[in-house]
Design a protein around this ligand. Sequence first.
Ligand code: URA
Ligand code: SF4
Length: 209
Amino acid sequence: MSAAEYLPPRQTITALRKAAAGCRGCHLWKVGTQTVFGEGPRSVALMIVGEQPGDQEDRAGHPFVGPAGKLLDRALEAAGIDRDSAYLTNAVKHFKWAPDQRGKRRIHKTPNSSEIGACHPGLDAEINTIKPRVILALGAIAAKALFGPKTLVTKQRGRVITTPLADAGFVTVHPSAVLRAPDGERAAAEKALVTDLKKVARYLAKLST
Ligand code: URA
Ligand code: SF4
């Protein structure tokens, strides 16, 4: 079972979005509230791929609208990238979570390889339809899903990654990792994220000249 069985025959973003809403390609459709599909212009230079929707994204049905999304917005702006000019999506499109001990909060659970694999045909279809020039992975889950299991964010961040999926791939840390950094390290972690994003911005600028 995977998202492949739910892909529409004609792959437009509208058709893919509709199909994804009814996807039962893995058990996560029962865990999350709704499918959180990618968003952005239909034809873009930059696609940004996160891990999976978080608590707020799951409720709203839109990617990167919670705290990590706010931080990403700020970092993109600092790097001179307009969020609205990028297509934002996730490697896994349902929120995986478990209740905390008191049963009050929904705690993010990292998707496992079978869930990531099940959702991958949907991500591939998005890439093939949008055809971005540059794909940026946020964090290890997206980086490995896109550029292979050997991809290491710490080693490859901010450098061009050769990929058949686009002219160039990039990886950087997930904005949630910046939010989780200890107090004394958070500012530096955000700065390092912006530095990586500036390299993406520079690559994009070269493409359009
Ligand atoms: N984190 C992600 O990876 N994606 C979102 O959409 C929100 C938070
Ligand atoms: Fe389908 Fe992906 Fe949701 Fe699993 S996580 S049900 S594969 S959209």
